[in-house]
Design a protein around this ligand. Structure first.
Ligand code: PEP
Ligand code: MG
Length: 577
């Protein structure tokens, strides 16, 4: 049995699929003339193998996929079989005396550039197809085993060293029942995506990719954080029953979804959801979310070749606002950098990316990107209850600078006669201790705060949220964190502003009690946790939560606080039995 961190709760039993990203090393040197014919043979052979592979995938896909989806592979074959395509590559090999791989790269890159310039959206979408084919040909030239991420059998458990948020988001998930990775922690973006997809994930297991072979049967106990490879019959039986119980409990909790989150003595807390794509709104509604407390807009910028334009963004924001029918949606401006990269936006390699050029820092130095997004959000604000917040604010001057660009965007829209909500509420995320400590100053110029404990913990405790080696030091119940949260809520209350929390800890039952006790107004979490959060809030009085929070915050260590809260939860459970 191997141990890791729970990234997304649940139990999964399935077959391992070892996912690895092949490294395509391309020889860019000029080659001797006598090697040209060899490179030509290599190219022709690679085309043949690629053709056969795509045909095989197409035949398999036609059984499983809808007609439209299966057509993708027909399109791939058409591109591959176009004689002009191979002719162009052959010509460059001969003319420039370069390797087959180098020539394929050059030709596919030039095709991609041409397609990107086209006005026609359908043609632009073909870029992904060309990239896919180009990579497949390259893998065949370089003799690299390809991982077809979209060609799984059912109940597949992806075993990977690491998965980027865009890897995870782009997976065809219907066949996947679990994820296990060597690296990554509970608040990595990979975990966040797994939670929204409701796929169990155990992360940071160490060298799991070295221990598992393709096709091995695996049990993921993503409640305890355990991974069992090649289980015995007894283990399989035990976990099948555990899975059944877990899934049943999830269904039971869902019954609470439409009830308000109101304490026994009448204090109402808003329970909202964190989402990354407009499609997730269905989950928010399914689980009884009272709004969206965090829309991570960066996912709109991922899995593509260039920045989304104003219209695309506007349509995405507008569709969320409309689907929520008057319930609030808090749109966070672009939070890129750190572990979230955009291939087309050249972010410099940094020693400490989480302390570097990320989030609002990028927006404030790239007004072109920032203002496009602000205009899109403002335009969407005319179609629903839209609020907006800036990520990674460290002090009031950054807020002012961002608001200046917002005013410019408003003025432009006004001049154009475009509709927007002049009174759209603007807040900040509190993710940096300096913002929490100066919340009394910032309160005067914001409408609300949303505390991002994922980053607040990492910056307060100096613990990389992605590094499992130091994950033991990542303690959201650390007295320092609780004190910072208290400070923000008090400052915000003093100015009549509202305070929410959208870090992952917002769905922890023990933390919920503390947060309610500290006077928080809103909790935002992964949609599936909403019914449980409502259950916790509905089972306690505000008065009692206040006393618990008061006591907890005076304790000396995170361990003491957790022990105290555990005892309280145990007692409550016993008294209910
Ligand atoms: C946070 O830092 O708590 C947060 C919600 O933002 P993200 O996880 O996207 O960095
Ligand atoms: Mg953050």
């Amino acid at each position: 049995m191997y141990k890791g961190t729970v990234g997304s709760a649940g139990i999964a039993i399935g077959k391992a699929y070892l996912y690895s990203k092949p490294e395509l090393v391309i020889d860019e040197n000029v080659i001797p003339e006598n090697m040209v014919s060899m490179e030509i043979d290599k190219l022709k052979h690679a085309f043949e193998v690629t053709h056969n592979q795509i045909k095989e995938i197409r035949d398999k896909a036609s059984d499983k996929l809808s007609e439209d989806d299966a057509k993708i592979f027909e399109a791939h074959l058409m591109i591959l079989d176009d004689p002009a395509f191979i002719e162009e590559i052959l010509n460059i090999i001969k003319k420039e005396s370069i390797s087959a791989s180098n020539a394929v790269k050059k030709v596919t890159d030039s095709y991609i550039n041409i397609f990107l310039q086209m006005e026609n959206e359908y043609m632009k979408e073909r870029v992904a197809d060309i990239k896919d084919i180009g990579n497949r040909i390259l893998e065949n030239i370089l003799n690299i085993k390809s991982d077809s991420m979209n060609n799984f059998s059912s109940n597949t458990i992806i075993v990977a060293h690491d998965l980027t948020p865009s890897d995870t988001a782009s997976l065809s998930t219907s066949m996947i029942c679990g994820f296990v990775t060597d690296v990554g922690g509970e608040t990595s973006h990979m975990a966040i995506v797994a939670r929204s997809l409701e796929i169990p994930a155990v992360l940071g297991v160490g060298n799991i990719t070295g221990k598992v072979r393709d096709g091995d049967v695996i049990i993921l106990d993503a409640v305890e954080g355990n991974v069992i490879v090649d289980p015995t019959e007894d283990q399989l039986e035990f976990y099948r029953s555990k899975k059944e119980k877990f899934d049943k409990m999830k269904q039971e909790l869902k019954k609470l979804k439409d009830l308000p989150a109101i304490t026994k003595d009448g204090r109402q807390i808003e329970v909202s959801a964190n989402i990354g794509t407009p499609e997730e709104i269905n989950k928010v509604i399914e689980y009884g979310g009272e709004g969206v407390g965090l829309f991570r807009t960066e996912f709109l910028y991922m899995n593509r070749d260039k920045l989304p334009n104003e219209e695309e963004q506007f349509l995405a924001y507008k569709s969320i606002a409309e689907k929520l029918c008057g319930k609030p949606v808090i749109i966070r401006t672009l939070d890129i950098g750190g572990d979230k990269k955009l291939p087309y936006l050249e972010l410099p390699e940094e020693m400490n990316p989480f302390l570097g050029w990320r989030a609002i820092r990028i927006s404030l130095s790239r007004h072109d990107i920032f203002k496009t997004q602000l205009r899109a959000i403002l335009r969407a604000s005319a179609f629903g209850n839209v609020l907006m917040m800036y990520p990674m604010i460290s002090d009031i001057s950054e807020l002012r600078e961002a608001n200046k660009v917002l005013e410019e965007a408003k003025l432009e829209l006004k001049k154009e006669g475009t509709l927007y909500n002049e009174k759209m509420k603007v807040g900040i995320m509190v993710e940096i201790p300096s913002a929490a400590l100066t919340a009394d100053i910032i309160s005067k110029e914001v409408d609300f705060f949303s505390i991002g404990t994922n980053d607040l913990c990492q910056y307060t405790l100096a613990v990389d949220r992605m590094n499992e080696r130091v994950s033991k030091l990542y303690k959201p119940f650390h007295p320092a964190i609780l004190r910072l949260i208290k400070k923000v809520i008090e400052s915000s209350n003093a100015y009549g502003k509202f305070t929410g929390i959208c870090g992952e800890i917002a769905s922890d039952p023990m933390m919920i009690i503390i947060l309610v006790g500290l006077g928080l107004d809103e909790l935002s979490m992964n949609p599936a946790s909403i019914p449980m959060a409502k259950k916790v809030i509905r089972s306690i009085t505000y008065e009692r939560a206040r006393k618990i929070a008061e006591h907890a915050i005076e304790l000396s260590t995170a361990e003491e606080i957790v022990e105290y809260l555990n005892k309280i939860l145990e007692k409550r459970n016993e008294s209910r039995d």
